[in-house]
Design a protein around this ligand. Structure first.
Ligand code: SAM
Length: 245
């Protein structure tokens, strides 16, 4: 089945995204390393160090589209295993891999896994100290709904951080990156996960995502203040930050 470069409606989109991640869940972590040449680790570490979680037991982070737990585990380690994380994802297959990893890392008591939609968070208002989302928001059909839900569940003074593929702003690198994403990534997907189409879809979703300044405007429109961003690797990834004040 191919979803390469055809028009997909917003409701159909979530179904396709779910299929992709059910199919690749078991190979997801390996694929991340191969597709980003290990760079996703550096970007994720940078995200957690910008967040600098306090070493406090009452501090709670919600990691949305948290998948196999990569961001949550890093945050928990940075808090000296004191903080509490909720990993939320729409896909039970990704969460199942995350749960096994939490047990192996001895972090099961610090983290819970919730299967739900980023557009309708099953939490009370003003509950979390921080909201993180990494390489997830571009898969959500209604980004504005996910952002207003983020704002709702954060405490006043709470921090929003979003890591996402973005627009490459360096000449030459942009052409190298095009070649890598349109040719190499689907091929790696075929070899490692037996699935080129899913990865073609992921590349396409990166291209459709709003540029850095446009995305910052969407975050502001949801109510966040002091919205800024940092580019990584020439803009291959960008980290947006905002505060609920
Ligand atoms: N944050 C993890 C990481 O950085 O390794 C996983 C990122 S993975 C590329 C994207 C995740 O978004 C998938 O696990 C997928 O199931 C999840 N996702 C897609 N649509 C979602 C939605 N509407 N609500 C919550 N999660 C969603």
């Amino acid at each position: 089945k191919s979803f390469g470069f055809r028009k997909v409606g917003e409701d159909e989109k979530q179904g396709l995204v779910n299929e992709v991640f059910h199919r690749v869940a078991g190979r997801y972590d390996l694929m991340n390393d191969l597709m980003s040449a290990g760079m996703h680790r550096v970007w994720k570490d940078a995200m957690v160090s910008w967040l600098s979680p306090p070493k406090r037991e009452d501090w709670q982070v919600l990691d949305v589209a948290g998948g196999t737990g990569d961001i949550a585990f890093r945050i928990l380690e940075a808090s000296n295993r004191k903080a509490h994380a909720t990993v939320l994802d729409i896909n039970g297959s990704m969460l199942a891999v995350g749960h096994d990893r939490a047990v192996k890392k001895g972090l099961a008591d610090n983290v819970e896994f919730v299967e739900a939609n980023a557009e309708e968070l099953p939490f009370a208002d003003s509950r979390f100290d921080a909201y993180t989302i990494a390489f997830g928001i571009r898969n959500v059909p209604h980004i504005d709904r996910a952002l207003s839900e983020a704002y709702r569940v954060l405490k006043p003074g709470g921090r929003f951080l979003c890591l996402e593929f973005s627009e490459v702003e360096m000449p030459v690198l942009d052409r190298v990156y095009d070649g890598w994403s349109f040719n190499a990534i689907p091929r790696i997907g075929q070899i490692v996960a037996g699935d080129a189409d899913s990865y073609r879809y992921l590349v396409e979703s990166i291209r459709k995502f709003p540029k850095q300044a446009d995305f910052a405007a969407m975050i502001k429109a949801a109510g966040f203040e002091r919205v800024t961003w940092r580019n990584y690797s020439g803009g291959i990834a960008a980290l947006h930050s905002g505060w609920k004040l």
